[in-house]
Design a protein. Structure first.
Length: 142
């Protein structure tokens, strides 16, 4: 099984950006955590991060051609604005789990809307970085 972990804008700044919300663990530390869990589950995992919406769409589309079995995605702020990401996930029909480190529904009102959620098989939110591991396990069980 191959799983692609996609992270959107500002997630490369983990450990620096708003540590009171996102903690002090770095993006590289997060990737190591996910890789260790993937190894334990016996699945292959690749990572993609971009601050650019079109690059995220390209990564989702490429996942189809790479025969990826599942996607874990934290679209960051694009969660609340991007119909393009929703359409890309719908287009490829790859089981996708939406992840958020914090719970957007407990934050500013504009963060309560998730466009991508309609195309996802599950959403994990407010579980910190552990949410990525939960998402990985959900896909590995499918």
């Amino acid at each position: 099984m191959k799983i692609l972990v996609i992270n959107g804008p500002n997630l490369n700044m983990l450990g620096i950006r708003q540590p009171e919300i996102y903690g002090r663990t770095t993006y590289e530390d997060l990737k190591a955590m996910i890789s260790a869990e993937a190894e334990r589950l016996g699945v292959a995992v690749d990572f993609f991060q971009s601050n650019h919406e079109g690059a995220l769409v390209d990564a989702i589309q490429q996942a189809y051609f790479d025969r990826v079995d599942g996607i874990v995605i934290n679209p960051g702020a694009y969660t609340h604005t991007s119909v393009a990401l929703l359409d890309a996930v719908k287009a490829v029909s790859i089981p996708t789990v939406e992840v958020h480190i914090s719970d957007p529904e407990t934050r500013e009102e504009f963060r309560h809307v998730s466009y991508i959620r309609a195309a996802c098989v599950a959403t994990v939110k407010g579980r910190g970085l552990e949410g990525y591991l939960e998402a990985l396990r959900l896909l590995a069980e499918k």
